[in-house]
Design a binder for this molecule. Structure first.
Ligand SMILES: Cc1cc2nc3c(=O)[nH]c(=O)nc-3n(C[C@H](O)[C@H](O)[C@H](O)COP(=O)(O)OP(=O)(O)OC[C@H]3O[C@@H](n4cnc5c(N)ncnc54)[C@H](O)[C@@H]3O)c2cc1C
Length: 240
């Protein structure tokens, strides 16, 4: 399917909320001006910068649904940009430029959808889940989400809530490095073929959205190919 043409625009946006999601993981919520519609498809990203540091810009996937009048970006504390942003306050401004990216979903896509996220790679997938839920789309949505410990699961309450509301949505979460403090009684270990097969509706026809570190994405593609999934059904977003 050909990608629709989108206008790349710059917006100066105010931080209206800062949400602690997990240890060293925060969501920054940006307000859209009342009469300005910032269009993007779920899964896409924007280049984000501070007004006084034009050269220090980073890519962030939008985690919120395009149906909302705010933009959410969620990140962990890593280096230069995130250290500065973690010191920002509600009321500060950021410059967003975009949207960018071929890793997206829109309403023209009628397939069943399998979302596979490693760690913070859940962020663009969450936009998709929120959007399909907001719009009550009929696509079956299956999330397979892997994190190191149960403390690293972000958006968990909302994921559970959406599952309760939406019969088209299912999820499986697995943790790969349970520690002594973990009270987790769910699945453990890496995503494997069995988990993929159990949590995918219509394996050969589903569309797959995979986001996470390079090795994670590569190993998911290899598993899908062993299940006869064609390259054209797999969309990937790799950050590192
Ligand atoms: C399309 C796209 C979408 C992205 N979306 C998100 C998002 O939604 N949330 C998000 O948190 N990040 C996202 N990123 C990554 C983001 O752009 C930054 O690279 C990240 O936030 C680190 O920036 P920094 O300036 O804090 O660290 P830097 O100062 O740039 O890096 C510090 C050091 O940490 C290493 N490093 C960079 N990122 C990571 C990482 N994630 N884990 C471990 N080591 C790392 C670098 O190699 C470097 O050595 C996305 C990247 C791309 C390309």
């Amino acid at each position: 399917m050909e990608q629709p043409i989108q206008k790349i625009e710059e917006h100066k946006l105010k931080i209206i909320e800062i949400i602690d999601e997990a240890l060293n993981v925060k969501t920054f919520r940006l307000q859209m001006a009342e009469n300005v519609k910032i269009s993007f498809f779920p899964g896409q990203f924007f280049m984000v910068r501070f007004e006084d540091a034009p050269k220090m810009q980073r890519a962030y996937s939008i985690a919120s649904s395009p149906e909302k009048n705010h933009l959410d970006i969620t990140m962990n504390l890593v280096g230069e940009f995130t250290n500065r942003l973690f010191k920002a306050n509600v009321g500060d401004y950021l410059i967003f430029k975009g949207p960018y990216g071929k890793f997206y979903f829109n309403e023209q896509i009628k397939n069943d959808i399998t979302l596979i996220g490693g760690g913070l790679g859940i962020t663009p997938l969450m936009s998709l889940i929120r959007y399909c839920n907001d719009k009550k789309l009929p696509n079956s949505l299956n999330l397979i989400y892997s994190v190191k410990t149960s403390q690293d699961i972000i958006y968990y309450n909302e994921i559970k809530k959406i599952k309760g509301q939406n019969k088209n949505f299912n999820y499986a979460i697995t943790i790969t490095r349970p520690n002594a403090e973990d009270k987790w009684d769910g699945m453990t270990g890496r995503i494997n073929l069995e988990l993929l097969k159990q949590n995918t509706k219509n394996i050969e026809k589903s569309l797959y959205y995979i986001c996470g570190p390079l090795d994670f994405v590569k190993s998911m593609i290899a598993m899908l190919e062993s299940l006869n999934v064609k390259k054209g059904q797999i969309k990937t977003d790799i950050w590192g």
